[in-house]
Design a protein around this ligand. Structure first.
Ligand code: GLA
Ligand code: ZN
Length: 660
């Protein structure tokens, strides 16, 4: 699966505009090198004014105009916003929220993903569109619905959940065992006694395993809802790729499951002004990891400010360009915006757009967009489909994320994504690339595997990691790693159950530090701040590298390493601040991608024949990357480059060469 070029453009809502404006837009799009628009995301009510009565005349015209102007279409099924008639005629399509309230019609992404009526009508319009447009020259890719992620607790979902559980567990005895219903006397004697975990019964607090299963069920149901439309399209359109755009807030749905149903991953990047660049990089790397390293689509980002953050800062000159190159550097093959033309009314009237209310093309944002579009044409012939391969892998798991944060204790400030980012950042800042892997991936070819708070260990993961170390790999485990099985039952026996042997230690208890309280790790006479949790550890074979400074466990192990087989297994029994992890990274059998100045972000993508080295200078001063002895061509300027090569402040170099 490879895009034919870098798609540049984004969401366009021509249903808001008259024909003159649409014609003017075509002109402006060409001027800005836009080659792809996403539409008609919100036009179900326009395209199907009555059940089964379709009116595609308007869309036909738009599609033809796009084709005439050489612009491709990321053709969206409009199923994210069902028409009012659908909600009115069949109230079952409206969701029930966690408070138990039946919602009324109005909002988008406001439907029950399990409703048979919703699925039937969604498949019908998706099928009609596929029948009509599968051979249309503008059609390049399909886009189903928009940012799935509603949780529903309606009676249909309850019945489906019961069937899902019957399928998963077979018998009620097994369900009682896995849900550990002996705790607080919750034994079930009939499937019909099962309730959904809502606020009406205090949701997860009474049983985290039920909550966990519900999140798994919502993921599976949402994936089925996607597949419902996928199949309807495939009947008429056998080979155009199909995707959906994932929300930037990715906790709610297990995206490994969602991605397994898609031909290419797409995601929406809306960083907050306070986000560190390593967080954005990590999210891209997660997206690249969802389909085993396959490149993905940057499906949305704002060409300027957002409207829905509390403070919607303008993107500074060059900022969108940098964010776009960062996406491409980490594996994106498209650069799409929300949106092309700014709405004059409605919720998003103050959201940034390529064409603002003024309608002018001499604005800062339009000019920056056009320049970027022109530049990307230079990368287009080589970039799509290029992959990257790191020596380090971080295992990332939605089930662990959910279980860890649903957990009552030991510390309410536990934050999975922040913890993953902390570890990721230590490598990121040294330009040591990282791949994100699911816990059931093969570990061959990796030198280092990191398990930041990988709380839940499923199946034979412990054994596979033990073999990885035995065969020469380096493992890094942290506090809260390997404490529970897939049902969220704690390891019976000593912690951390399946990793005890390879880590060569045992954890007796874990102290929670109050908010803003710290302890310290003394390691090689240096003192490193740590917080959140401190494990009381007994080394049983592991060498003690660092010890706690304070509390009754002062002097006891905080950081250890165990030589095991031909490899090493580190344990970090607390949440250290970044400096400890940066120093740890130096000790690992890893090297940076290349020598570079402070603030230079480096990545490498390759297709086996050619490679592209990205150098993003985030610093406010001139920087360099050392390209070594080979001769590269910098793709944006066409200049030859070799050895120590200059990159201007806030600028980017994309250096291409044939692979040696
Ligand atoms: C989301 C949606 C878009 C739009 C943008 C605004 O990502 O998918 O439809 O609402 O946010 O930032
Ligand atoms: Zn429902």
């Amino acid at each position: 699966m490879k895009l034919e070029r870098i798609w540049f453009g984004g969401d366009y809502n021509p249903d808001q505009w008259d024909e003159n404006t649409v014609n003017e837009d075509m002109r402006l799009f060409r001027q800005a090198h836009i080659n792809m628009v996403t539409l008609p995301v919100f036009s179900w009510a326009k395209l199907e004014p009555e059940e089964g009565e379709y009116d595609f005349g308007w869309l036909d015209k738009i599609m033809d105009k796009l084709a005439e102007n050489g612009i491709g279409c990321n053709l969206a099924t409009p199923t994210t916003a069902q028409p009012a008639w659908l909600s009115t005629k069949y109230p079952e399509v409206l969701p029930v929220d966690m408070q138990g309230r039946k919602r009324t019609h109005g909002m988008r992404v406001f439907f029950c993903y399990n409703s048979p009526k919703y699925r039937q009508r969604a498949a019908a319009i998706a099928g009609e569109m596929a029948k009509r447009y599968s051979k249309h020259p503008a059609l390049k890719i399909w886009h189903i619905a928009n940012e799935y992620g509603t949780y529903c607790y309606c009676p249909i979902c309850r019945q489906k959940f019961i069937s899902w559980l019957q399928h998963r567990y077979g018998t009620l005895d097994k369900l009682n065992e896995r849900w550990f219903t002996s705790f607080w006397g919750r034994t079930l004697y009939d499937w019909e006694e099962i309730q959904l975990p809502t606020e009406l019964n205090d949701d997860y607090r009474f049983n985290p395993t039920i909550q966990l299963d519900y999140m798994r069920f919502v993921t599976d149901s949402t994936a089925d809802c996607f597949t419902n439309e996928y199949n309807a399209i495939r009947r008429w359109c056998p080979d155009v790729p199909i995707q959906t755009n994932m929300s930037g807030f990715i906790k709610k749905l297990d995206q490994f499951v969602m991605a397994s149903r898609m031909d290419i991953v797409g995601w929406d990047n809306y960083p907050w002004p306070t986000d560190d660049k390593s967080l954005v990089a990590l999210k891209h790397d997660i997206m690249r990891g969802l389909k085993g390293g396959q490149s993905f689509m940057l499906a949305e980002q704002s060409p300027n400010q957002q409207n829905w953050q509390p403070y919607n800062k303008l993107k500074r000159p060059g900022e969108v360009r940098m964010l776009s190159y960062q996406a491409l550097a980490h594996g994106a093959d498209s650069c799409l915006f929300f949106q092309m033309r700014q709405s004059v009314a409605g919720q998003e009237k103050f959201h940034g757009a390529v064409i603002s209310h003024s309608g002018r093309s001499d604005t800062r944002v339009f000019r920056e967009t056009a320049r970027l579009g022109e530049e990307l044409e230079k990368l287009s012939p080589i970039l799509p489909g290029m992959r990257s391969k790191a020596d380090t892998a971080i295992l990332f798991d939605w089930n662990s994320w959910w279980a860890l944060e649903n957990c009552s204790g030991p510390n309410r400030d536990i934050n999975y994504l922040q913890t993953v980012q902390l570890y990721y950042r230590a490598f990121f800042e040294k330009n040591m690339p990282v791949d994100i892997l699911p816990e059931d991936a093969a570990f061959d070819g990796y030198k280092v595997i990191v398990l930041p708070m990988l709380y839940m260990f499923k199946g034979d993961l412990g054994e596979r990691l033990t073999r990885f170390v035995e065969n020469g790999g380096t493992l890094i485990a942290t506090c809260m790693t390997a404490l529970a099985d897939e049902n969220d039952h704690c390891a019976f026996g000593e912690y951390p159950g399946p990793l005890r042997e390879v880590l060569g230690l045992r954890i007796e208890e874990t102290d929670a530090l109050l908010q803003n309280c710290t302890n310290a790790v003394i390691w090689d006479r240096r003192e490193y701040v740590c917080r959140l949790l401190c494990d009381v550890i007994h080394a049983e074979g592991a060498r003690v590298l660092g010890t706690f400074k304070n509390e009754f466990y002062a002097g006891s192990p905080a950081v250890t390493v165990n030589d095991f087989g031909r490899g090493k297994a580190y344990y970090i029994g607390t949440q250290p601040d970044l400096p400890l992890l940066s120093d740890l990274a130096e000790r690992l059998p890893l090297s940076p991608l290349a020598d570079a100045s402070e603030g230079m972000e480096l990545t490498r993508r390759s297709d086996g024949e050619n490679e592209a080295v990205f150098a993003l200078n985030h610093a406010q001063s001139e920087g360099y990357v050392d390209l070594g002895a080979r001769e590269y061509t910098e793709l944006l300027t066409g200049r030859k480059a070799t050895g120590k090569t200059l990159v201007l402040p806030n600028d980017v170099g994309v250096f291409a060469a044939r692979k040696e």
